[in-house]
Write a protein that binds this ligand. Structure first.
Ligand SMILES: *Cc1c(COP(=O)(O)O)cnc(C)c1O
Length: 345
């Protein structure tokens, strides 16, 4: 089995983490004069729980994994950055990512001075595993797969991802930001058998809490321990931890919202397909549709003129002439179709 420690940078393996006052004592046990806080209670005068204990317990119940396997970050973007800092030595190591995909992998690579090698997806957005394998060398520390993928909307088969995780001696990061909108299962269940898998999820999309900045990494306890050692001690503030817990108690309501978004996605796919200006509506497991149209730039500008902002992906290799349209409320979606219909002659 893969030795995670051997993939970790020496300085990180040998790091003794900062021990906060709240690491030593916490809870309702006495008078706290240990952290130089203002003693007057205003709801936020005390440092928050650095271990997000309650939040991780709740996530543990929801995800069916031990809380030792869950890292909570300031968005999953924090987890992406930490993966670079834990595993990749600047100006020496590299990672492999798919293209087109989420922009943060290349930004995090660049800020950490790490080479990012990209493997272009096939024309139908499927992934050729051999191309990944060929890109990996002795200095490759991680591969980044996004499934369902942003901006293409498709997912990659679990067997394909597990095949890469089993055969490559590198970390395999699967960004599941959109998993709640997919009919396919999460890969979280596979962390026990594949300690080099890191699954990223977030409260920013289906859970409706983009503003509080909360994301999770789910992996083997060994990997999570490293992430917790390297993160800022108080990386998730108290208001966000509380809002996350409150939001996560809304499970039934969120399930209804997700069901509506999925049904709207199918309705939008059908309406868009019926337009003559549409060349392709790509199948999507996420809460957006990638649509290839006639004259993407012109339609993008027209939508903005009419007060509707979508994402123009037409300059992205593999997404020529494509707009990425997030699924909104039924009336917002109607408005998109109404505007595009005026151009459909
Ligand atoms: C939106 C998105 C995220 C979410 O990032 P947060 O920092 O958790 O808000 C992560 N990955 C992908 C692919 C996304 O599209």
């Amino acid at each position: 089995m893969i030795d995670i420690n051997s993939l970790v940078r020496d300085n990180i393996r040998n790091l003794s983490p900062y021990s906060t006052a709240r690491d030593e004592y916490q809870g309702d046990i006495g008078i706290y004069l240990d952290a130089n806080e203002n003693p007057n209670d205003n709801g936020v005068n005390r440092y928050p729980d650095p271990h997000h204990t309650q939040l991780r317990e709740r996530l543990s119940q929801l995800k069916g994994v031990a809380s030792e396997s869950i890292f909570v970050g300031n968005g999953s973007d924090e987890a992406i950055d930490l993966i670079f800092r834990i595993f990749c030595t600047p100006a020496k190591d590299n990672v492999v990512a798919i293209a087109p995909s989420y922009g943060m992998y290349s930004v995090a690579a660049a800020t950490n001075d790490i080479e990012l090698r990209t493997v272009q997806l096939e024309e139908d957005f499927s992934l050729d595993s051999d191309k990944i394998v060929q890109s990996v060398d002795a200095n490759t520390k991680a591969i980044f797969l996004c499934s369902p993928n942003n901006p293409t909307g498709n997912s990659f088969p679990q067997e394909q991802i597990l095949g890469l995780a089993s055969s490559l001696g590198v970390m395999v990061v699967v960004d599941e930001a959109y998993i709640d909108f997919s009919d396919k299962p999460s890969m979280v269940a596979n962390i026990a058998t594949h300690p080099n898998l890191i699954i990223l999820q977030t409260l920013s999309k289906a859970w409706g809490m983009a503003a509080i900045r909360c994301g999770q990494a789910i992996s083997s306890p060994q990997v999570i321990t490293y992430m917790n050692r390297v993160k800022y001690p108080y990386n998730v503030n108290k208001l966000s931890q509380e809002a996350a817990l409150a939001g996560l108690s809304n499970e039934a309501n969120i399930a209804l919202q997700v069901a509506q978004i999925k049904s709207e996605r199918e309705r939008m796919a059908a309406s868009l397909s019926a337009l003559k200006l549409t060349k392709t509506v790509y199948q999507s497991d996420a809460n957006f549709l990638l649509v290839k149209v006639e004259g993407a730039n012109k339609l993008y500008d027209l939508l903005i003129e009419q007060g509707v902002i979508v994402r123009n992906r037409s300059s992205v290799k593999g997404c020529e002439d494509c707009l990425r349209i997030t699924i909104g409320t039924p009336s917002e979606n109607d408005r998109v179709i109404e505007i595009l219909t005026t151009q459909d002659n």
